[in-house]
Write a protein that binds this ligand. Structure first.
Ligand SMILES: *Cc1c(COP(=O)(O)O)cnc(C)c1O
Length: 366
C-alpha cells in the first residue's frame, strides 16, 4: 500500500508500563506507578460523587462544542468562550495544531529533550523537526530563535518542561514572544502549570491577548487527576481557534469527560492540597539527591529527573522488580537519569529506600 514515506519504521508511543502487567510479570501483590505524572491523590472527591450518581444516556453523542465545560473554563479563567478549543487530552490539540500547520517543506522548532509528541506528530506530517538542545535542563530560547527561519510554522515551548521539570522565566518568555516572527505559531504547553510555585513564572494569560500567534495548552490529566477522561484545552485569540476548530474530530470529548472536568474545576481546594503535598514530596527526592550527591533538575512539576550514576535502564528494571514503575531517562533523551513522578509521602519514602538498595547493589555509593 501507499503509506506515507515518513511513517515507515515509525514506532507507537511507549507509555509507562501498566500496573497489572508488572504485577503478573514479577508476581507482586502491589505495584506503584510513578511513571506518567498522574496524580497520586486521584481527583476531587466531587468527581467520584458525580460518577456514582451518573444517569447519563450513553447512547447519545456528546456535545461536540463542549458548551457547559466551555462556559465553566471561560468563567474560571476570565476568557471568552470562543477563545477556547477542547481536545481529547492536550495530545489531541498537539495533533490538531500539527495537522493545521505542518507539511513537507516547512519546519518546526522545539527543545530537546522535551515532550515527544511535538516531534512525533510533525514527522507524521512530513515536516522538518529542528531540535534545540536544552542548557542545564532548560530551554535555550536564544538558540530556538536562531533556529526559526522563513520556513518555520510552529515553535513549541514546554513550560514547565517534560522531562526536566524546569521553567522558562517570565522575563525570558516575554523577550522570546516579542522576537518570534508574527507568522509563526508559538505553542506554550502548560500541562503542569498548577504545580508551579516559582515567583519568576508569571501568569501567561495576558500574553495570548497581546500575541495573536500564541496558544496556551492546558490539561485536566495531571493536577486535576483526570488522565483517563482525556480532557485538555487550548487558549488563543478567536481567529486562531476558528482556524483550528475544523481540524478537530466532531466528538473529541466524552459526555462524562466534560462533566467531570466541570466539577473538578470547581474544587480548587483539591488542587491547592495537591500542590502543597507535591512540594513536600519533592523535598524528599531533593534530600535524597543532596545526600548522595546526585545531580537533579530543579522541578516545578509533579515529577523529578535525577542522576543515578548507573545504567538507567538497569535501575528501571530493578525498581520494577521491587514494585515501582518509573521512566528510564534513556527513553526520554536523558541517559543516566530517571524520571520519577512524585507520589504520596509513604510511596516516596518506600521508593527511595529501595532505590538506595538498588544503587548500592550497582556500586554507585562504593
Ligand atoms: C502529559 C503531558 C501532555 C498530555 O496530556 P494529555 O492532556 O493527557 O493529553 C501534554 N504535554 C505535556 C508536557 C505532558 O507532560
Amino acid at each position: 500500500m501507499r503509506w506515507k514515506q515518513q511513517i515507515q519504521g515509525m514506532k507507537a508511543y511507549q507509555p509507562g508500563k501498566p500496573i497489572d502487567e508488572v504485577k503478573e510479570m514479577y508476581g507482586l501483590e502491589e505495584v506503584i506507578k510513578l511513571a506518567s505524572n498522574e496524580n497520586p491523590y486521584g481527583s476531587s472527591p466531587k468527581v467520584k460523587a458525580l460518577l456514582q450518581s451518573d444517569a447519563t444516556n450513553h447512547a447519545i453523542y456528546p456535545d461536540g462544542y463542549a458548551q457547559n465545560l466551555r462556559t465553566a473554563v471561560a468563567n474560571h479563567l476570565q476568557v471568552k468562550e470562543n477563545e477556547l478549543i477542547f481536545g481529547n487530552g492536550s495530545d489531541d490539540l498537539i495533533a490538531i495544531i500539527t495537522r493545521a500547520l505542518l507539511y513537507p517543506g516547512v519546519n518546526t522548532v522545539m527543545a530537546d529533550p522535551s515532550f515527544s509528541q511535538y516531534g512525533h506528530n510533525a514527522e507524521i506530517e512530513g515536516a522538518e523537526v529542528r531540535k534545540v538542545p536544552l542548557i542545564e535542563g532548560r530551554h535555550n530560547l536564544h538558540a530556538m530563535l536562531e533556529a526559526i527561519d522563513d520556513k518555520t510554522s510552529v515553535v513549541w515551548v514546554c513550560n514547565p518542561n517534560n522531562p526536566t521539570g524546569t521553567i522558562v522565566t517570565d522575563e525570558e518568555l516575554k523577550a522570546f514572544l516579542a522576537k518570534v516572527p508574527s507568522d509563526v505559531l508559538i505553542v506554550l504547553d502548560e500541562a503542569y502549570i498548577e504545580y508551579v510555585n516559582d515567583p519568576t513564572y508569571k501568569d501567561t494569560l495576558p500574553y495570548y491577548k497581546q500575541y495573536p500567534n500564541l496558544i496556551l495548552l492546558r490539561t485536566f490529566s495531571k493536577a486535576y487527576g483526570l488522565a483517563s477522561f482525556r480532557v485538555g484545552y487550548g487558549i488563543a485569540q478567536e481567529e486562531v481557534i476558528a482556524k483550528l476548530d475544523p481540524i478537530r474530530a466532531p466528538f473529541n470529548n466524552t459526555v462524562l469527560g466534560q462533566a467531570v472536568a466541570i466539577v473538578a474545576l470547581e474544587d480548587q481546594e483539591f488542587i491547592d492540597f495537591c500542590r502543597e503535598e507535591n512540594e513536600k514530596g519533592k523535598a524528599q527526592y531533593v534530600a535524597f539527591c543532596e545526600k548522595h550527591n546526585l545531580n537533579y533538575y530543579p522541578s516545578q512539576t509533579n515529577f523529578i529527573l535525577f542522576e543515578v550514576k548507573a545504567d538507567s535502564n538497569v535501575v528501571f528494571e530493578e525498581m520494577m522488580k521491587r514494585g515501582f514503575i518509573i521512566r528510564s531517562g534513556a527513553a526520554l533523551g536523558a541517559p543516566g537519569y530517571i524520571r520519577v513522578t512524585i507520589g504520596t509521602e509513604d510511596q516516596n519514602a518506600k521508593f527511595l529506600l529501595l532505590l538506595e538498595e538498588v544503587l548500592t547493589e550497582q556500586g554507585v555509593f562504593a
